[in-house]
Design a binder for this molecule. Sequence first.
Ligand SMILES: [Zn+2]
Length: 224
Amino acid sequence: MISGHSADYINIHSHKPVQNAGQVTVLNLSDHFEQVSLHPLVSIGLHPWYISRENPQKVLSQIREYAIHPHVIAIGECGLDLLIDVPLLEQEFFFRDQILLAESLRKPLIIHCVKAFNELIRIKKEMDVTVPMIIHGFNNNAAIAGQLQQHGFYLSFGKALLKHHSPAISQITQWPAERLFLETDDADTDISRIFEAAAACRQTSPEALRQQIFKNFKHVFLHE
Ligand SMILES: [Zn+2]
């Protein structure tokens, strides 16, 4: 298990297996789960976009099988997306199943949420979820950020920080440091650029931000 160093750039969500020096990357796999053995830090899950694509029950049973692997430090990305054709009830079924899995393994959840924040908060309350829930790629307004903060979510910010006047830029300035993560997702951007942008928004140094996020990472993902 790579536990990293406080000077490292921690990237909690990437679809690319980046192995640069001074960087710690959590690789997201949505298929070919046997690859978990090749990467030290991995998240695995059934993305709502893929529910209709393949045999989702089969994927779910593979996720259950591989989730116990020590390299798998989070379940996801999984969640809810109101812009796709899959009915919400069906999405909720698969999401709840992965929440139960995460709870049983005491692993955090990396969440994809598009226009379904009320539903997300309702499910968290109904299921009394105790593992950390990290909403990845956050780029929404202050009202949503406020609700998510109140309900104990973590936020991960990424490429939206590099755009001018994005909601992410306004929201990262006031989001609590101990609930903050950064990521590259599917972008070809280096995680150091995301850290520089985030540090500039928060008027702190990239070094201080690296230390804070390393601390958050150890706490949430490595249970230290
Ligand atoms: Zn992603």
